[in-house]
Design a protein around this ligand. Sequence first.
Ligand code: NDP
Ligand code: PYC
Length: 335
Amino acid sequence: MTQTLSIAALFDTIVAIFAKAGLSPDQAAAVARTVTAGERDACKSHGIYRIEGCLRTVKAGKVNPLAEPTVTVDGAIVRVDAQGGFAPLAFERGAPVLAETARRHGLAAMAIGDCVHFSALWPEIEQLTAQGLAALAMCPSYSSVAPAGGIQALLGTNPLAFGWPRPGNPYVFDFATSVVARGEVELHRRAGKPIPEGWAIDAEGAATTDPTAALAGALLPFGGHKGSAISTMIELLAAAMIGENDSVTARKVLGDMTLSPTHGELVLAFDPRRFTADPFTAAEALLEAIAGQGARLPSQRRFAARAAAETEGITLTPDETARLERFLSLGLDAV
Ligand code: NDP
Ligand code: PYC
C-alpha cells in the first residue's frame, strides 16, 4: 500500500534517520531539508533515493558527520570550509554571508571546499532568489560522462543551476550537463527499465539502453560539444580555480560510485539592482513572453508538485516506505 505523509512528517523521519546514523543535529537537519525538498518537488533522483548513498558514505567513514563548516571573507570572495561534512550545511552557513557580500559589491562568489556532495542545486539557488538576488551555482561530481567525441568516463555529471528573482516563484533552471543525472539512470536500473537511446554508451563505447551497461560505461553530455564545453568549464571554475577535487580525482579518492563524492562548489550571487535601476520590468516582459507562447518555464513542474505536496502531502511507494523504516530501525546496519 502507498503511504501519504505531510512534508513536516517526512522531514522529521529523515532527520531521525540521519541522527541515528550519527550526524550532528545541524548536519542531520540540513541534509533532511534538501532531501525532503527533492521529494516534495517530485525530483526523485535527488529525493529520498539519496538517503542510502549518504548512509553508505557515513558508514565508509568518507564524510565527517559532525562537521562544523567555517566561513571567511576575502573581498568579494566568501570561502566556506565544509570540514569534510555534507554540502547542505556548508551552503546554509555561507549563504547569508554571500548575500550580504553580493549586496555590498554588486556581485560575490562563494567557494565551498571539502564538502561531500549528493544534492540538487535548486534548493540553494532558491535561498538566494528569495533575497532578491540572481544566482548561479555549479560543481563537479565524479567521472561518469564521456567528453563529446570521446568514449571514456572523464567529466562528472556536473550540474549548473541559475535563478532570477520574480514576484511569486523565481525563474530557476538546474540541470546535469550530461543528458540526464546519473541518479536517473540508477533509478531506471532499480526499476528494471531500459534507458532511452542517446543517454549513454557502454564500456566499449557502443550506444546502449541497458542502465547497468551505461553505469559501467559512460553517460553522454547534453547537446554534444556544447554540453561537453559547459561541463569542462565547471571542472575549471568549480575545481581547478577553487583548488578542490575535479571529477577524476573525486572518483579516484572515493573508489566506489555507490558513495557520495568529496569536492567543492562555486556559487555566484548578483544584486541586479546594483547594475541598473530597474532590471525587473524587462526581465518580467521576457519571461512572460516565453510563457505566453505556451512554452513552460523551467521549474514550473517542480512548483506545481510542491503546491500539490503542500495540500495533499507526499505519497511514497511501499518500497520507499519499507526502505525508510529499515533505515530508521537499523541505522548504518541497513546499508
Ligand atoms: P532535468 O532534465 O529533469 O531538468 C533540468 C531542468 O530543466 C529543470 O530545471 C527542469 O524543470 C527543466 N525542464 C525539464 N523539462 C523542461 C521543459 N520541457 N521545458 C522547460 N524546462 C524544462 O534534470 P537533470 O536530470 O539534468 O538533473 C536533475 C537534478 O540532478 C538537478 O537538480 C541537478 O542539480 C542534480 N544533479 C546533481 C549533481 C551533483 O553532483 N550534486 C550531479 C548531476 C545532477 P522542472 O524541474 O520543473 O522539470
Ligand atoms: O545524479 O549525477 C547525479 C549525481 C552525482 C552526484 C550527485 N548526483
